[in-house]
Design a protein around this ligand. Sequence first.
Ligand SMILES: [Zn+2]
Length: 130
Amino acid sequence: MIWTISQFPELDHLAPDQRAALLKNLPRWTYWVIVARSLALAFLVSGISISVTLRSFPPEVLIVMHVLLVALVATAYYLSQMRDLRRLMRNEIANGFRGQRPPFCFSCGYDLRASGTPLCPECGRETKTF
Ligand SMILES: [Zn+2]
């Protein structure tokens, strides 16, 4: 799982100036917005779920359920937002290589700089020229 933007494997294949230019487009508050959205959704989902089951369980159980549900929903939504962000970043990188063969596989992230084949040696997918 990829928890931060700097862990995106696509970035490892970019030159330092390309990487810096790409990351410069991300606002500094990106993580805070993603975390805030994840927590807001998690508390909303958990609050609704707990209020529906309020009379069915003792308070100690409800607290544990609330904490677990918030953690689960917040983590799932955070990772989903990171996946969407990664997709946007891949599109941005692909636009930067328009008309050229990208230096890595967009499917698995394999480094294609030394490979001249039309298929990725790692995953077998076609290496696209955008
Ligand atoms: Zn591949």
